[in-house]
Design a protein around this ligand. Structure first.
Ligand code: C2E
Ligand code: CA
Ligand code: CA
Length: 253
């Protein structure tokens, strides 16, 4: 499978699906998150859980990351050129990629090739990047800020959430992990945690995104407590390019 993956990266077998993020108040689309899939010739469509680990272990994750950044930026430029308004583009970057300064080169190359403004790109990193904060990852993050690319902390609250790094790093955005969002209907502790994170984000002037919004009840609660942005199956599943464009058309009518 390792060899198959190496082959897949260079032969158009990877594909990005895009999941909308909408403003909690107005429902307006503010961004999409790019999520990678592998269209395997015999096994069908594979999800990240089935191959990201392999990509990391086999040292192919950087190559995959280069492709993902490039493709996501290209797609955003294509939508822009066609007058399709989708807002920003969020791309996941694995902790391993943050240990290699070449990430910056591929990011800059993706920006240059597509011509999209850096401000429209957001890099999603998990707390594990920050936990293992090395000199390299620190420098990469600083450089991202200089370039003007946004930084979002993914799965916020699940890792070792040191509040010190929020102060030092000043990400643009926190993404509340879906496990907390999921429990808000039944668990008052989860509601308190989600409220607390929204308050924390507010105090630090960060944008806050709730992930995994699956029900109207969750949506209403999140809107009520002032969460800015919503993402989840209740709004839309991750969609192919064609399906996303259709979804946008249907919303307008
Ligand atoms: P993530 O960054 O936390 O992405 C969100 C995951 O939650 C996605 O799974 C998405 O399909 C799923 N999701 C979204 N809304 C809902 C919902 O309402 N309910 C439920 N139950 N799930 C929802 P997916 O696409 O399978 O991706 C899994 C993980 O793989 C991602 O988690 C991310 O960490 C990683 N990943 C995805 N694409 C990339 C990539 O291009 N590069 C790297 N390094 N990692 C990626
Ligand atoms: Ca993510
Ligand atoms: Ca997440």
């Amino acid at each position: 499978m390792e060899q198959e993956l190496a082959y897949a990266i260079g032969h158009d077998q990877l594909v990005l699906h895009y999941q909308p993020q909408v403003c909690a108040k107005t429902g307006e689309m503010v961004a999409v998150e790019a999520l990678v899939r592998w269209q395997h010739p015999t096994r069908g469509l594979l999800y990240p859980a089935q191959f990201i680990g392999l990509a990391e272990e086999s040292g192919r994750i950087a190559e995959m990351g280069v492709w993902t950044l490039r493709e996501a930026c290209r797609q955003l430029a294509d939508w822009s050129a066609r007058g399709i308004h989708i807002g920003n583009m969020a791309v996941n970057v694995s902790a391993l990629e943050f240990r290699d300064h070449r990430l910056l080169d591929s990011l800059q190359a993706a920006l240059d090739a597509s011509g999209i403004p850096p401000q429209r790109l957001e890099i999603e990193i998990t707390e594990s990047v920050l936990m293992a904060e090395t000199e390299t990852s620190q420098r990469i993050i600083e450089r991202l800020r200089q370039i003007g690319v946004g930084i979002a902390i993914d799965d916020f609250g699940t890792g070792y959430s040191s509040l010190a790094y929020l102060k030092r790093l000043r990400p643009n955005q926190l993404k509340i992990d879906r496990s907390f969002v999921n429990d808000t209907a039944t668990d008052s502790d989860s509601r308190a945690i989600v409220k607390g994170v929204v308050g924390l984000a507010e105090a630090l002037s960060l944008n806050v995104v709730a992930e995994g919004v699956e029900t109207e009840e969750q949506r209403a609660f999140l809107q009520d407590i002032g969460c800015h942005t919503l993402q989840g199956y209740w709004i839309a599943k991750p969609l192919t390019v064609e399906a996303l464009e259709q979804w946008l058309l249907n919303r307008r009518t």
